[in-house]
Design a protein around this ligand. Structure first.
Ligand SMILES: NC(=O)CCC(=O)C(=O)O
Length: 261
């Protein structure tokens, strides 16, 4: 079985949700025109890291984003991994990822679990505390947000029930891009899973972002990679290769969780 995936490596207009909703709509349309199964977006695409303006611009209960993604999914009949957006819920701000299937059903809502101090996230955002797994395009999948990929124990926790594709949505600054590639490849190898990792491009007041979005196979090989500009990268992955990799080196069966703390 194959899956055709579009990585929407977009810029994000700082603190300007209307611009960003328009940009995401344009990229979903472009992805659908290429007849992909899934389109994936980066982190915090509605606002960027405009954390001190969240009171004015965060999406209340994520309602605008959910409705928007659901309408696009139905209109273009495409599955959408909606990156993440800044939302306000019960008086708290969250960095939340919504995944919508091609029928318009919300199949996942995940609040970022690990908050990134170097970008002041924990001063404004409340951390999530829930696991995430979903079926998308008939494939068992999971997804995390940016800094989460530095926590292999978390990704193993999410992957241990047979997930085959791990989606990563990021706002990962250019200055640490060499680490990004190594981390993404390592997460693919250790979880014997495809990793689809989408980063943003452009600038905000504090950081420069230079993309390098990646699709990695379960052996850690690069299937496809984006450059440093805004672009839509399309990759096809062969999910049948996962069983072969997992059969040869059964790392999930060989785990010794009783020794791990
Ligand atoms: N938005 C983020 O979580 C950034 C994470 C990051 O840059 C890192 O080095 O980790």
């Amino acid at each position: 079985m194959t899956l055709k995936i579009a990585l929407a490596q977009i810029d994000i207009t700082f603190a300007t949700p209307d611009d960003n909703f328009a940009r995401v709509a344009k990229y979903v349309e472009q992805a659908a025109a290429k007849q992909v199964d899934v389109v994936v977006f980066p982190e915090m695409w509605n606002t960027g890291y405009a954390l001190d303006q969240l009171e004015q611009i965060a999406d209340l209960n994520g309602e605008r984003t959910q409705e928007f993604l659901q309408q696009l999914a139905v209109k273009y009949h495409v599955n959408i991994v909606g990156g993440s957006v800044a939302i306000k819920r019960d008086g708290h701000f969250y960095n939340t990822s919504y995944v919508v299937n091609a029928q318009g059903a919300l199949v996942s809502a995940y609040d970022k679990v690990h908050l990134f101090g170097l970008m002041n996230e924990e001063k404004y955002i409340t951390a999530g505390a829930s696991e995430v797994s979903f079926e998308l395009a008939n494939v068992a999948s999971t997804g995390v947000i940016c800094y989460d990929i530095r926590f292999p124990e978390w990704l193993r926790t999410l992957s241990r029930h047979g997930s085959k594709v791990l989606y990563v949505s990021a706002d990962w600054p250019a200055v640490r891009i060499p680490q990004w590639e190594i981390l993404v490849r390592a997460r693919a190898i250790e979880n014997q899973s495809f990793v689809v990792a989408v980063n943003r491009v452009g600038d905000d007041p504090d950081n420069h972002f230079n993309g390098h979005s990646l699709v990695i196979d379960p052996l850690g090989n690069i299937v496809s990679q984006a450059g440093e500009q805004e672009e839509l990268v399309v990759a096809t992955i062969d999910l049948d290769s996962i069983e072969q990799v997992r059969g040869q080196i059964p790392v999930f069966a060989d785990r010794r969780p009783e020794l791990y703390r």
